[in-house]
Design a protein around this ligand. Sequence first.
Ligand SMILES: Cc1cc2nc3c(=O)[nH]c(=O)nc-3n(C[C@H](O)[C@H](O)[C@H](O)COP(=O)(O)OP(=O)(O)OC[C@H]3O[C@@H](n4cnc5c(N)ncnc54)[C@H](O)[C@@H]3O)c2cc1C
Ligand SMILES: *[C@@H]1O[C@H](CO)[C@@H](O)[C@H](O)[C@H]1NC(C)=O
Ligand SMILES: *[C@@H]1O[C@H](CO)[C@@H](O)[C@H](O)[C@H]1NC(C)=O
Length: 341
Amino acid sequence: MDTARVAVVGAGVVGLSTAVCVSKLVPRCSVTVISDKFTPNTTSDVAAGMLIPHAYPDTPIHQQKRWFRETFDHLLAIAGSAEAGDAGVLLVSGWQIFRSFPIEDVPFWADVVLGFRKMTEAELKKFPQHVFGQTFTTLKCEGSAYLPWLEKRVKGSGGLMLTRRIEDLWELHPSFDIVVNCSGLGSRQLAGDSKIFPVRGQVLQVQAPWVKHFIRDGSGLTYIYPGVSHVILGGTRQKGDWNLSPDAGTSREILSRCCALEPSLQGARSIREKVGLRPSRPGVRLEKELLARDGRRLPVVHNYGHGSGGVSVHWGTALEAARLVNECVHALRTPTPKSKM
Ligand SMILES: Cc1cc2nc3c(=O)[nH]c(=O)nc-3n(C[C@H](O)[C@H](O)[C@H](O)COP(=O)(O)OP(=O)(O)OC[C@H]3O[C@@H](n4cnc5c(N)ncnc54)[C@H](O)[C@@H]3O)c2cc1C
Ligand SMILES: *[C@@H]1O[C@H](CO)[C@@H](O)[C@H](O)[C@H]1NC(C)=O
Ligand SMILES: *[C@@H]1O[C@H](CO)[C@@H](O)[C@H](O)[C@H]1NC(C)=O
């Protein structure tokens, strides 16, 4: 095998970043991204894109922390480069506030973000319903710019993009030597994985250029995330709900919850509703699997199930997926005793 032909299924933030890492890290390979939807039509386009990790109960904390740190450092470098505007990556500071004292007042990611500290009494005065708060500077990575920017990088390194829905991974055999499964919620059908389920999120995109500080209720339900050209107001977490149409009652409720935290949002303009389904799972599935059927073999690397925090860990999981692809390529290039006979 001279060139290893790698297919990456999925063109959200996980698929595209994995494609970039595979082309960078795996020697002598070709990369093709195959997906039924591309930006601006993926879940990753709806994400607010704040780098605040969401804990996965079935993934060891040290691993989540490493993924987050790798993602944060990668995006921090972009935020400070000439590419920042095109990539839609920026530093933002703000407050995470709690109505009751959290079990852990210092989260595992506190030393990855910048300037993490407890809020002072003076800062908390703005939030009479809240008893505790944390302030820090983190990054925001906006899908509407970041996904096209990643696509450009995939194409720039010779990668191809194919619009196609895959019903069965075996469709990709023998055209491809290795398949990477970054299909998010699609894995429920594609990988027959019943552990993955949708957590519906509805958000509002508004014009309120005077709001520069983020505010997040510690429950993760209500948040105000300012970005390059608009502010994202959220949100909802509706488990098992597949409905992609916005609900007007929910939008009114989101606006009123956000106005309670930031009354100046009563003057927000150009309100647009967006809905996305988070590909949730007790843990991210990041592993190799050797599929076998009728004497044929197809190595697969799974990288899906990033749930509510995919943007926050995408680069770390993409690097790990690329290392697994490299191991598969190495195994294919190493002649087995059988193939020598
Ligand atoms: C309202 C909302 C707010 C969010 N805010 C944040 C945030 O602030 N910070 C954060 O870190 N995360 C956030 N998230 C979570 C984040 O959006 C996800 O974790 C992330 O987008 C998952 O990326 P993905 O690439 O795995 O999935 P997706 O973006 O869903 O991509 C999956 C891709 O696979 C393709 N696909 C699926 N099945 C098939 C098939 N059978 N054949 C071909 N192609 C297929 C799809 O077309 C798509 O291109 C938010 C999510 C929502 C909904
Ligand atoms: C996104 O979806 C819209 C509406 O279905 C469609 O017209 C458009 O072509 C899609 N864009 C891409 C890049 O697939
Ligand atoms: C994803 O993995 C699942 C589980 O192995 C598999 O059934 C499915 O075909 C895979 N999908 C893709 C696109 O690789």
